[in-house]
Design a protein around this ligand. Structure first.
Ligand code: SF4
Length: 303
Protein backbone atom coordinates (compact mmCIF):
# COMPACT_ATOMS: atom_id res chain seq x y z
CA UNK A 1 0.00 0.00 0.00
CA UNK A 2 1.22 3.50 -0.83
CA UNK A 3 2.80 5.40 2.07
CA UNK A 4 1.27 8.80 2.54
CA UNK A 5 4.27 10.18 4.35
CA UNK A 6 7.82 9.18 5.13
CA UNK A 7 7.31 8.02 8.70
CA UNK A 8 9.96 7.98 11.40
CA UNK A 9 8.98 4.52 12.69
CA UNK A 10 9.92 2.83 9.40
CA UNK A 11 13.05 4.96 9.04
CA UNK A 12 14.43 4.20 12.49
CA UNK A 13 13.54 0.54 12.02
CA UNK A 14 15.70 0.53 8.88
CA UNK A 15 18.67 1.79 10.91
CA UNK A 16 18.72 -0.96 13.57
CA UNK A 17 18.08 -4.70 13.55
CA UNK A 18 16.17 -4.38 16.87
CA UNK A 19 13.55 -2.11 18.41
CA UNK A 20 14.81 1.21 19.70
CA UNK A 21 13.17 3.68 22.01
CA UNK A 22 14.26 7.11 23.20
CA UNK A 23 14.94 7.62 26.88
CA UNK A 24 14.56 11.30 27.80
CA UNK A 25 17.36 12.68 29.90
CA UNK A 26 17.48 15.90 31.84
CA UNK A 27 21.21 16.50 32.22
CA UNK A 28 20.71 19.71 34.19
CA UNK A 29 21.38 22.14 31.35
CA UNK A 30 20.08 25.69 31.38
CA UNK A 31 19.09 27.79 28.38
CA UNK A 32 20.64 31.12 27.31
CA UNK A 33 17.15 32.39 26.62
CA UNK A 34 16.26 31.93 30.28
CA UNK A 35 19.47 32.45 32.23
CA UNK A 36 20.00 36.02 30.99
CA UNK A 37 22.68 35.49 28.35
CA UNK A 38 20.09 36.26 25.68
CA UNK A 39 17.05 36.89 27.84
CA UNK A 40 15.53 35.90 31.16
CA UNK A 41 12.04 35.53 29.80
CA UNK A 42 12.43 32.43 27.63
CA UNK A 43 10.28 31.62 24.61
CA UNK A 44 6.74 32.72 25.44
CA UNK A 45 5.39 29.15 25.34
CA UNK A 46 8.26 27.53 27.22
CA UNK A 47 7.62 25.40 30.24
CA UNK A 48 10.17 22.68 30.65
CA UNK A 49 7.90 20.74 32.99
CA UNK A 50 6.23 19.53 29.82
CA UNK A 51 9.47 17.95 28.53
CA UNK A 52 10.06 15.46 31.25
CA UNK A 53 8.63 12.05 31.94
CA UNK A 54 8.63 11.02 35.62
CA UNK A 55 11.92 9.08 35.48
CA UNK A 56 13.67 12.15 34.15
CA UNK A 57 15.15 14.42 36.79
CA UNK A 58 18.61 16.02 36.71
CA UNK A 59 19.09 15.33 40.43
CA UNK A 60 19.20 11.62 39.63
CA UNK A 61 22.17 11.76 37.24
CA UNK A 62 22.38 10.30 33.78
CA UNK A 63 23.08 6.67 34.72
CA UNK A 64 20.08 6.53 37.05
CA UNK A 65 17.73 8.18 34.54
CA UNK A 66 18.80 5.62 31.93
CA UNK A 67 18.35 2.77 34.42
CA UNK A 68 14.83 3.91 35.30
CA UNK A 69 13.97 4.57 31.65
CA UNK A 70 15.05 1.04 30.77
CA UNK A 71 12.86 -0.42 33.53
CA UNK A 72 9.92 1.66 32.28
CA UNK A 73 10.18 0.58 28.63
CA UNK A 74 11.81 -2.82 29.11
CA UNK A 75 8.68 -4.36 30.71
CA UNK A 76 7.02 -4.68 27.35
CA UNK A 77 10.06 -5.35 25.16
CA UNK A 78 12.95 -6.88 27.12
CA UNK A 79 15.23 -6.84 24.05
CA UNK A 80 14.72 -3.16 23.39
CA UNK A 81 17.74 -0.89 22.87
CA UNK A 82 17.75 2.83 23.51
CA UNK A 83 18.74 6.26 22.28
CA UNK A 84 19.63 8.68 25.05
CA UNK A 85 17.55 11.76 24.29
CA UNK A 86 19.07 14.92 25.77
CA UNK A 87 15.83 16.79 25.67
CA UNK A 88 15.25 19.31 28.45
CA UNK A 89 16.41 22.90 27.90
CA UNK A 90 19.47 23.49 25.64
CA UNK A 91 21.63 20.39 25.54
CA UNK A 92 24.73 21.93 24.00
CA UNK A 93 24.87 24.89 26.38
CA UNK A 94 28.02 24.09 28.39
CA UNK A 95 31.79 23.99 27.84
CA UNK A 96 32.83 21.31 25.35
CA UNK A 97 34.60 19.16 27.94
CA UNK A 98 31.45 19.01 30.08
CA UNK A 99 29.36 18.11 27.05
CA UNK A 100 31.76 15.30 26.11
CA UNK A 101 31.61 13.92 29.64
CA UNK A 102 27.79 13.94 29.70
CA UNK A 103 27.23 12.44 26.25
CA UNK A 104 29.90 9.81 26.77
CA UNK A 105 28.49 8.89 30.18
CA UNK A 106 25.19 8.02 28.48
CA UNK A 107 27.01 5.95 25.84
CA UNK A 108 28.70 3.84 28.50
CA UNK A 109 25.44 1.98 29.11
CA UNK A 110 25.55 -1.15 26.91
CA UNK A 111 21.89 -0.75 25.93
CA UNK A 112 22.33 2.81 24.70
CA UNK A 113 22.95 2.61 20.94
CA UNK A 114 22.97 6.31 20.13
CA UNK A 115 22.21 9.88 21.13
CA UNK A 116 19.63 12.47 20.21
CA UNK A 117 20.67 15.98 21.24
CA UNK A 118 18.04 18.72 21.27
CA UNK A 119 19.29 22.29 21.14
CA UNK A 120 18.98 25.83 19.81
CA UNK A 121 20.66 26.75 16.51
CA UNK A 122 22.59 29.59 18.19
CA UNK A 123 24.23 27.25 20.72
CA UNK A 124 26.57 25.12 18.62
CA UNK A 125 30.15 26.13 17.93
CA UNK A 126 32.26 24.85 15.03
CA UNK A 127 34.40 23.06 17.60
CA UNK A 128 31.35 21.25 18.98
CA UNK A 129 30.20 20.29 15.47
CA UNK A 130 33.65 18.83 14.76
CA UNK A 131 33.40 16.73 17.91
CA UNK A 132 29.84 15.63 17.09
CA UNK A 133 30.87 14.72 13.54
CA UNK A 134 33.61 12.53 14.99
CA UNK A 135 31.19 11.02 17.51
CA UNK A 136 28.70 10.25 14.73
CA UNK A 137 31.28 7.89 13.20
CA UNK A 138 31.32 5.91 16.43
CA UNK A 139 27.63 5.91 17.34
CA UNK A 140 24.21 6.77 15.97
CA UNK A 141 23.65 10.49 16.48
CA UNK A 142 20.90 12.97 15.72
CA UNK A 143 21.17 16.68 16.47
CA UNK A 144 17.73 18.26 16.69
CA UNK A 145 17.19 22.02 16.36
CA UNK A 146 14.25 24.11 17.48
CA UNK A 147 13.34 26.14 14.39
CA UNK A 148 9.71 26.85 15.36
CA UNK A 149 9.00 29.33 12.54
CA UNK A 150 10.56 30.59 9.31
CA UNK A 151 9.23 34.08 9.94
CA UNK A 152 11.47 36.56 11.78
CA UNK A 153 8.51 38.61 13.00
CA UNK A 154 7.06 35.55 14.67
CA UNK A 155 10.43 34.57 16.12
CA UNK A 156 10.61 38.03 17.65
CA UNK A 157 7.07 37.85 18.98
CA UNK A 158 7.73 34.51 20.67
CA UNK A 159 11.00 35.88 22.10
CA UNK A 160 13.01 33.15 20.50
CA UNK A 161 16.24 35.13 20.70
CA UNK A 162 17.47 34.26 17.21
CA UNK A 163 16.28 34.75 13.66
CA UNK A 164 15.60 32.25 10.89
CA UNK A 165 18.96 32.91 9.21
CA UNK A 166 20.69 31.45 12.24
CA UNK A 167 18.63 28.24 11.81
CA UNK A 168 19.50 28.04 8.12
CA UNK A 169 23.22 28.50 8.71
CA UNK A 170 23.51 26.05 11.61
CA UNK A 171 21.43 23.38 9.90
CA UNK A 172 23.60 23.67 6.77
CA UNK A 173 26.81 23.42 8.78
CA UNK A 174 25.55 20.41 10.71
CA UNK A 175 24.47 18.67 7.53
CA UNK A 176 27.81 19.42 5.86
CA UNK A 177 29.55 17.67 8.74
CA UNK A 178 27.58 14.53 7.89
CA UNK A 179 25.50 14.62 11.09
CA UNK A 180 21.87 13.45 10.94
CA UNK A 181 19.96 16.70 11.42
CA UNK A 182 16.48 17.15 12.82
CA UNK A 183 14.25 20.21 13.08
CA UNK A 184 11.22 21.12 15.10
CA UNK A 185 8.51 23.57 14.12
CA UNK A 186 5.25 24.71 15.68
CA UNK A 187 2.15 25.34 13.57
CA UNK A 188 -0.38 27.87 14.83
CA UNK A 189 1.99 30.24 16.60
CA UNK A 190 0.35 33.59 17.38
CA UNK A 191 0.23 35.67 14.21
CA UNK A 192 0.70 32.63 11.93
CA UNK A 193 -2.34 31.42 10.03
CA UNK A 194 -2.70 28.57 7.60
CA UNK A 195 -1.41 30.70 4.68
CA UNK A 196 1.75 31.56 6.59
CA UNK A 197 2.30 27.87 7.37
CA UNK A 198 1.91 27.01 3.70
CA UNK A 199 4.39 29.77 2.80
CA UNK A 200 6.76 28.23 5.33
CA UNK A 201 6.49 24.59 4.21
CA UNK A 202 8.69 24.85 1.05
CA UNK A 203 11.24 26.92 2.98
CA UNK A 204 11.52 24.22 5.64
CA UNK A 205 11.64 21.56 2.94
CA UNK A 206 14.58 23.31 1.29
CA UNK A 207 16.71 23.07 4.44
CA UNK A 208 19.07 20.07 4.48
CA UNK A 209 17.16 18.40 7.30
CA UNK A 210 16.81 14.63 7.60
CA UNK A 211 13.98 14.62 10.13
CA UNK A 212 11.16 17.03 10.91
CA UNK A 213 8.91 17.16 13.96
CA UNK A 214 5.77 19.27 13.68
CA UNK A 215 3.78 20.29 16.72
CA UNK A 216 0.47 22.07 17.21
CA UNK A 217 0.52 25.26 19.26
CA UNK A 218 -0.36 24.51 22.87
CA UNK A 219 -0.96 27.00 25.65
CA UNK A 220 0.64 25.85 28.90
CA UNK A 221 -0.22 27.16 32.35
CA UNK A 222 2.16 29.68 33.86
CA UNK A 223 3.71 30.79 30.56
CA UNK A 224 3.71 34.25 29.02
CA UNK A 225 1.63 32.77 26.20
CA UNK A 226 -1.02 31.76 28.74
CA UNK A 227 -1.28 35.38 29.89
CA UNK A 228 -1.49 36.59 26.28
CA UNK A 229 -4.16 33.99 25.57
CA UNK A 230 -6.19 35.05 28.63
CA UNK A 231 -6.01 38.73 27.66
CA UNK A 232 -6.51 38.36 23.90
CA UNK A 233 -7.55 34.82 22.98
CA UNK A 234 -6.20 33.82 19.58
CA UNK A 235 -7.27 30.99 17.34
CA UNK A 236 -6.02 27.52 18.20
CA UNK A 237 -6.65 24.73 15.72
CA UNK A 238 -9.32 22.13 16.25
CA UNK A 239 -8.21 18.56 15.45
CA UNK A 240 -10.09 18.70 12.13
CA UNK A 241 -8.51 22.03 11.12
CA UNK A 242 -5.07 20.82 12.10
CA UNK A 243 -5.43 17.59 10.12
CA UNK A 244 -6.42 19.63 7.08
CA UNK A 245 -3.44 21.93 7.58
CA UNK A 246 -0.97 19.05 7.95
CA UNK A 247 -2.45 17.41 4.86
CA UNK A 248 -1.75 20.58 2.88
CA UNK A 249 1.63 21.25 4.52
CA UNK A 250 3.17 17.85 3.77
CA UNK A 251 2.39 18.19 0.07
CA UNK A 252 5.20 20.77 -0.01
CA UNK A 253 7.74 18.61 1.84
CA UNK A 254 10.31 16.65 -0.14
CA UNK A 255 9.69 12.93 -0.01
CA UNK A 256 12.96 11.97 1.64
CA UNK A 257 12.30 14.18 4.67
CA UNK A 258 11.42 11.86 7.55
CA UNK A 259 8.38 13.05 9.52
CA UNK A 260 8.77 12.06 13.12
CA UNK A 261 5.59 13.39 14.66
CA UNK A 262 2.75 15.83 14.13
CA UNK A 263 1.53 16.53 17.63
CA UNK A 264 2.85 16.88 21.13
CA UNK A 265 0.96 15.89 24.24
CA UNK A 266 1.56 18.11 27.20
CA UNK A 267 0.35 16.76 30.55
CA UNK A 268 -3.37 17.58 30.83
CA UNK A 269 -2.98 19.30 34.21
CA UNK A 270 -0.58 21.81 32.61
CA UNK A 271 -2.45 22.30 29.34
CA UNK A 272 -4.90 25.18 28.98
CA UNK A 273 -5.79 24.62 25.32
CA UNK A 274 -6.40 23.01 22.91
CA UNK A 275 -7.68 19.99 24.82
CA UNK A 276 -7.78 17.38 22.08
CA UNK A 277 -7.31 14.40 24.38
CA UNK A 278 -5.59 12.45 21.60
CA UNK A 279 -2.47 10.38 21.90
CA UNK A 280 0.20 10.64 19.21
CA UNK A 281 -0.75 7.33 17.59
CA UNK A 282 -4.47 8.24 17.64
CA UNK A 283 -3.76 11.49 15.83
CA UNK A 284 -1.56 9.71 13.28
CA UNK A 285 -4.36 7.23 12.67
CA UNK A 286 -6.89 10.02 12.01
CA UNK A 287 -4.41 11.84 9.77
CA UNK A 288 -3.56 8.72 7.78
CA UNK A 289 -7.27 8.02 7.19
CA UNK A 290 -7.75 11.59 5.98
CA UNK A 291 -4.74 11.40 3.64
CA UNK A 292 -5.89 8.05 2.26
CA UNK A 293 -9.46 9.23 1.72
CA UNK A 294 -8.30 12.36 -0.10
CA UNK A 295 -5.43 10.80 -2.06
CA UNK A 296 -2.87 13.14 -0.46
CA UNK A 297 0.78 12.27 0.07
CA UNK A 298 4.01 13.97 1.06
CA UNK A 299 5.67 15.95 -1.72
CA UNK A 300 2.82 15.65 -4.23
CA UNK A 301 3.02 19.34 -5.15
CA UNK A 302 6.71 18.92 -6.00
CA UNK A 303 6.09 16.23 -8.64
S1 SF4 B 1 14.98 27.61 23.75
FE1 SF4 B 1 13.84 25.91 24.61
S2 SF4 B 1 14.42 25.83 26.77
FE2 SF4 B 1 15.07 27.83 25.99
S3 SF4 B 1 13.39 29.22 26.49
FE3 SF4 B 1 13.02 28.46 24.40
S4 SF4 B 1 11.72 26.64 24.60
FE4 SF4 B 1 12.61 27.13 26.63
Amino acid sequence: MRKHFNDYGSWIHSKFPFKVQKISIDAGFSCPNRDGRISQRGCIYCDNRTFNPSYCNPGKGIKEQIREGKIFFGRKYPDMKYLAYFQAFTNTYAPLDDLKRLYEEALQDPDIVGLVIGTRPDCVSDELLDYLAELSHKTFLIVEYGIESANDETLKLINRGHGFKCCEETIRKTHEKGIITGGHIILGLPGEDCNESLRQAPIISSLPLNILKIHQMQVIKGTKLARMYAEHPFHLYSVEEYIELIARYIQFLRKDLVLERFVSQSPSDLLIAPKWGLKNFEFTHLLTNYLRKNGIYQGMILE
